[in-house]
Design a binder for this molecule. Structure first.
Ligand code: ADP
Ligand code: MG
Ligand code: ZN
Length: 508
């Protein structure tokens, strides 16, 4: 067996993710300081978030509201009874030497996320191995253990500073929701799919910027492996310093391999925290893992336990927006898209919005889905633009697609028109008229050209007569060339077939 085979047949990875999501509030969790990113260092601070003696925290109601909204979207049990606790540890960017978090009475209890397993269907698509669409995006449920409120720490700056380090407390006290998954994830790709599904939900809820670079979405990965068939989990390591979803996937892949190799070599995996290094593509030991009791959690005496009225929770439930899963189902049902295509469009809210705007302008929905996902995204990629910055508006794209749909131009010609629209901002109609690209559907004209093509290519005609049907494709190609791609391909094919068939009969 090769090492890869040992890894995949003898061992099963077990993964649980902890995601910290910065909540999009104007002010911090327990004081009135602004949360704006990128402000002058230490300009958004006060006695509460700097931990001065005698200062008292007051819970931000909006943070609570956003936290519950996320819990509702993640199908969490919400008892409405909650408590805050102090998690004690010293860090220079944590001025109180404790973090206010939630220990045993979190705002959101057990829940689940349904993830689309797109990694596999992506592969199948690339291998051009079409699966029945129902199988293409298989859903799997990943359990949520809890999702609790806590405050963020400040930030230490080490880089480019000669003597010592600097500390910025602007982020200290910013509201976070820590979303802890059950150890239900079984591969690095599944972890990636979990994160993209979760991010999509958060974006639809408009509760966070979800910007990994700015740190408004952070993820730690817990990874262990166990022999296939064994019920008991192996010892896990926790990986930090993951700056993108791709990094999460790569780090997990690395860590699975590292652990299997250790076990195969007769060594023991030890419970520890490891740091991912994106440059080397490896994880390295940071510290051995502390246990919950090391933090000496105890109830925050300055914030008493409290209950939320059920009406408050139900009010939030009623006002939840349409979520990705529901939108995906609607796209397949109302627009006839495959689950895969629907999921791709829905994943990024703005992409879904673009598609819907396009369909609203009477574009054929399947054409719209294909053109957005292939031609338009490719152009945007090259131009390094987001869908919102697209020079081709949904209305303009719909204009182009209508021309394909009503046979004014062929799909092939349309592929040349779209880049021109992208460059010039002109409408499809204008470009088609200007360049005289309207499709030739004049049967008589096509017949004339077909005769010309037949006369000019006696060898192919002879081939066809002798049974080489591929010669037809060549002749159609010649006809298209003659018309600069403007002949209606279906008509061209029909007319040539008919003419060749009659030639065959004559020669018999
Ligand atoms: P901690 O405070 O130690 O980080 P948490 O309860 O906050 O503990 O998070 C633990 C995370 O580790 C959860 O996502 C859980 O699913 C995951 N986990 C627990 N045991 C294992 C294991 N043996 N292998 C992989 N992941 C695990
Ligand atoms: Mg944790
Ligand atoms: Zn403050």
């Amino acid at each position: 067996m090769t090492n890869d085979e040992v890894r995949t047949t003898k061992y099963e990875p077990v993964i649980g993710l902890e995601v910290h999501c910065q909540l999009l509030t104007k002010t911090k969790l327990f004081c009135g300081c602004e949360t704006k990113f990128g402000a002058e260092p230490n300009s958004h601070t006060c006695p509460v978030c700097l931990g001065w003696p005698g200062s008292l925290p007051v819970l931000n109601e909006e943070a609570l509201r956003l936290g519950i909204k996320i819990g509702l979207a993640l199908n969490c049990e919400i008892s409405g009874r909650l408590k805050f606790d102090r998690k004690n540890y010293f860090y220079p960017d944590l001025p109180k030497a404790y973090q206010i978090s939630q220990y045993d009475m979190p705002v959101n209890g057990k829940g689940w996320i349904e993830i689309e397993q797109r990694a596999e269907s992506r592969e199948q698509r690339e291998n051009q191995n079409p699966m029945p669409s129902a199988l293409c995006s298989m859903a799997k449920r990943v359990g949520i253990t809890r999702a609790h409120l806590e405050e963020d720490a400040g930030k230490l700056l080490h880089e480019g500073i000669k003597d010592g380090s600097l500390v910025d407390y602007n982020r200290a006290g910013t509201p976070l929701l820590e979303i802890v998954s059950e150890p239900d994830i079984r591969s690095a790709e599944e972890a990636y799919d979990y994160l993209t599904s979760l991010k999509a939900i958060l974006e639809y809820l408009e509760v966070s910027d979800c910007n990994m670079e700015e740190g408004s979405l952070r993820c730690d990965a817990n990874v262990s492996v166990r022999p296939v068939g064994q019920e008991k989990f192996g010892t896990r390591t926790e990986i930090k310093n993951l700056n993108s979803f791709k990094a999460v996937q790569k780090a997990i892949e690395y860590e699975i391999k590292r652990q299997v190799e250790m076990i195969e070599a007769g060594e023991k995996v030890s419970q520890e925290t490891r740091l991912w290094n994106d440059d080397t593509g490896k994880t390295a030991l940071m510290r051995s893992k502390e246990q919950a009791h090391d933090y000496r959690y105890f109830p925050e005496p300055d914030l008493v336990p409290f209950s939320i009225a059920q009406e408050f929770i139900e009010g939030l439930r009623k006002n939840l927006p349409e979520l990705p899963q529901a939108r995906t189902n609607r796209f397949t049902k109302d627009f006839g898209l495959s689950p895969y295509d629907a999921a791709v469009l829905v994943q990024e809210k703005k992409l879904g919005d673009y598609f819907e705007a396009c369909v609203k302008e009477k574009a054929n929905s399947k054409l719209a889905s294909n053109w957005i996902q292939s031609e338009l995204l490719a152009l945007l990629n090259t131009a390094k633009k987001t869908i919102e910055e697209s020079p081709v508006t949904p209305q303009a794209l719909a204009g182009l697609l209508r021309l394909i749909d009503n046979n004014t131009i062929s799909g092939k010609i349309a592929k040349d028109v779209l880049p021109l629209m992208f460059e010039t901002g002109k409408s499809a109609d204008a470009i088609v008229k200007e360049k005289g690209l309207e499709q030739v559907t004049d049967t008589k004209l096509i017949e004339e050209i077909a005769d010309k093509v037949i006369a000019a290519n006696p060898k192919s005609v002879a081939d066809f007569k002798s049974g080489k049907t591929t010669a037809l494709g060549f002749l159609v190609g010649q006809l298209m060339k003659e018309t600069k791609g403007k002949a209606n391909p279906k008509l061209a094919n029909e007319i040539l077939s008919k003419k060749l068939a009659s030639l065959k009969k004559i020669s018999k």
